[in-house]
Design a protein around this ligand. Structure first.
Ligand code: ZN
Ligand code: ZN
Length: 319
């Protein structure tokens, strides 16, 4: 079963980790300081030296700034598109064991299959990912100006979705700190997603197996966890997905490392199983036992995780 923890997310830095079984641990972006990457990996029970690979969505500093120091003592392959690797390399002092893929291609990292896909953002060759294990999938989408059909097709039917919900449209319009040009850059078709755009995306890709949604890259001035959760929760309930485990990633501490899908066949006196039919991306139907009514979902929610403050300055307008 795949598991996901978002180690930190926001304009000041982004990183997540996806694990599969005992042997596959993939860092997704390295936009925290090396010290924070290590601390937060250890907080969720992962030894930093044990990573199987690192995958990068794009070259912006809030997704790659920790890579140089983190890799000085470690030989971990880094998977990126060619343009992303070239731009990140310009900022690195040490050589990186690059593994180049083309946007749209799938590749293996450990036992996981990683599918990449193009996304519109003001970077050289930005991508999103779907991670697949034998019985679960995790979609990762960050830094996207607008939702394309390719994004919907690729994320359709994932078990867990980590997606940005960057700004609230009214809060962004009313913000007095940012110049007009910056507001335009955030909200244009190669900037970031608003809460409403993220809600539309979730409506388009959600199927009954959708188990968990983590919202990330929230603007500290132009959004709030309460507002983002309210908008997305309302949409999930309206679309018939009130059971989805919904949370906001945080800038300063990791989310718990949780399983991507509901347990497939947990037996016990208080557990009911439902056979759910849902269309695949190709439009065919398949039968899978995916949804269990868990009387007590709290057992998945570990205690709040705390780590020391980040050792870097927050740059709210970073992309
Ligand atoms: Zn970016
Ligand atoms: Zn970013």
């Amino acid at each position: 079963m795949l598991r996901l923890s978002v180690l930190g997310s926001g304009s000041s830095g982004n990183a997540a980790v996806v694990c599969l079984g005992d042997d596959t641990r993939i860092l997704v972006d390295a936009g925290l300081s090396a010290r924070q990457l290590c601390l937060r990996l250890e907080t969720v029970g992962i030894e930093p030296d044990s990573l199987t690979g690192i995958v990068l969505t794009h070259e912006h500093g809030d997704h790659s700034c920790g890579l140089d120091v983190f890799l000085r003592k470690r030989e971990i392959p880094v998977f990126a598109t060619r343009d992303t690797s070239l731009l990140v390399s310009e900022k690195l002092k040490s050589p990186v064991p690059w593994r180049i893929f083309e946007a749209g291609a799938a590749f293996e990292v450990g036992e996981a299959v990683v599918e990449s896909f193009n996304v519109p953002h003001d970077a050289a060759d930005p991508v999103g990912f779907v991670f697949r294990g034998s019985c679960s999938s995790v979609g990762v989408l960050s830094d996207v100006g607008h939702v394309t059909q390719v994004i919907i097709d690729r994320l359709h039917g994932v078990d867990t979705l980590f997606t940005e919900a960057n700004y609230d449209e009214v809060m962004l319009q009313n913000d007095i700190k940012r110049p007009w040009a910056t507001k335009q850059r955030i909200s244009n078709r190669h900037g970031h997603l608003s809460n409403d755009q993220t809600a539309d995306l979730i409506s388009a890709v959600a199927r009954q197996n959708l188990h968990r949604v983590v919202l990330g890259h929230l603007s500290s001035d132009c959004n709030s966890p309460e507002q983002a959760l309210r908008v997305i929760r309302e949409r999930l309930e309206r679309e018939g997905f009130p059971h989805v485990d919904l949370e906001c990633a945080c800038r300063k501490k990791p989310t718990p490392l949780k399983e991507a899908a509901a347990p497939a066949a947990v037996s016990g006196p208080n557990v009911e199983h439902h056979e759910v039919k849902y269309p695949t991306a190709e439009g065919t139907n398949e039968n899978r036992v995916r949804e269990d009514q868990q009387p007590d979902r709290r057992r998945e929610n570990g205690p709040a995780l705390t780590v020391p403050e980040p050792a870097f300055e927050q740059t709210e307008w970073a992309f």
